[in-house]
Design a protein around this ligand. Structure first.
Ligand code: 3EB
Length: 328
């Protein structure tokens, strides 16, 4: 297995080696031959209006389409994108988003089986109006019901879930990107937090299906995915209304995940300073406070992209995800 990286500053690789990309921000076009996840949410810093992050391989990539999924695969690693307009899934129950989520994940799992890349490594979920309540239920909870149902239908145990994130965007389709591979990851949980797949019912009738982090490795390369992480201890939100304290608590959670990951692997330990971060901030006005707090905790050379997005609990103001690549 040869590798992939996501680096927005590196020169663009040849199209025949691009698995796919995500395009954050406004503007930019995605008429490329590879799959692109469009995340229509504003970037908060830097001169760029839009930022494209690529996943590429040293091997030749084949691009394809499977139902509504567009994907690129080198035979070992597969990146796919699906975006579904939930209006297509309206029925008498009124749970269009739930139906769209179930359909998206059913297509995703079918593709992975057809392509022989059974192991889901990382999923990025972008949900329009995530905190809105419709038909008596918050839309994030509807999304969770549909996602959970697809896991059950495909005999996917929720306690071996991928690393993931779930963020809210203003409008547009349900948009999901994912990485999957022939090899499994090591799932990592956070001893400070109840596992998301075991959250109590007060957060919705079906639990989210993600692990707190995942470590993937092939002997001489490894990649660590830190899922969307927030100011949650046990299963409760802590520091409601205090974005600086939430940022500190989130980094404390990520530091614990790094400790857990370092127990599970040989080689150079992962550190906060060596991660690539994506930070989602609910209120644009909180950006300077979050930026300063992170610079103190991570160091001035931190590599971070700031994005405005809604978080899946109404009392969460910030969510942070990260990844790290290492040669072993
Ligand atoms: C949390 O810890 C915050 O539903 O896939 C983080 C990462 C969160 C992934 C998901 C949700 C998800 O519960 C929210």
């Amino acid at each position: 297995m040869q590798f992939y990286s996501s680096d927005s500053t590196a020169p663009l690789p040849a199209a025949t080696h691009v698995l796919g990309a995500s395009l954050l921000g406004q503007g930019g076009s995605s008429t490329q031959p590879w799959p692109v996840l469009q995340v229509l949410t504003p970037l908060l810093a830097g001169p760029a209006q839009a930022l494209q992050e690529y996943w590429h391989s040293s091997q030749t990539v084949r691009h394809g389409q499977f139902h509504d999924v567009r994907f690129g695969s080198d035979g070992h690693l597969l990146y796919g994108v699906i975006s579904l307009d939930e209006a297509r899934f309206a029925d008498n129950s009124g749970c269009a988003l739930q139906n769209a989520a179930e359909q998206a994940y059913r297509q995703l799992f079918s593709l992975l089986e057809a392509e022989g890349c059974r192991h889901l490594w990382r999923v990025w979920n972008y949900i329009p109006r995530i905190n809105a309540v419709e038909h008596g239920m918050e839309r994030y909870r509807q999304f969770n019901i549909g996602r959970h149902q697809a896991f059950a239908d495909f005999d996917r145990p929720v306690d071996s879930s991928p690393a993931a994130c779930a963020l809210g965007v203003a409008d547009g389709p349900l948009a999901i990107a994912f990485l999957a591979a022939r090899q499994a990851t090591q799932a990592i949980e956070n001893p400070r937090q109840v596992s998301a797949f075991a959250y109590p019912q007060q957060y919705g009738p079906r639990s989210p299906t993600f692990s707190r982090a995942a470590l993937a490795s092939n002997g001489d390369h490894s990649i660590l995915f830190i899922s969307g992480t927030a100011s949650i201890v046990g299963h409760r939100t802590v520091h409601p209304g205090d974005v600086i304290a939430q940022t500190r608590e989130t980094i404390a959670n990520i530091a614990v995940l790094l400790e857990q990951a370092n127990h599970q692997q040989q080689g150079q330990p992962y550190t906060l300073a060596a991660l690539d971060y994506r930070v989602y901030i609910r209120h644009t006005a909180d950006y300077p406070a979050v930026q300063q707090t992170l610079a103190q905790l991570i160091g001035p050379a931190m590599r971070v992209v700031f994005v405005q997005a809604d978080i899946c609990r109404a009392d969460l103001l910030v969510e942070i995800e990260a990844q790290a690549f290492a040669a072993r």
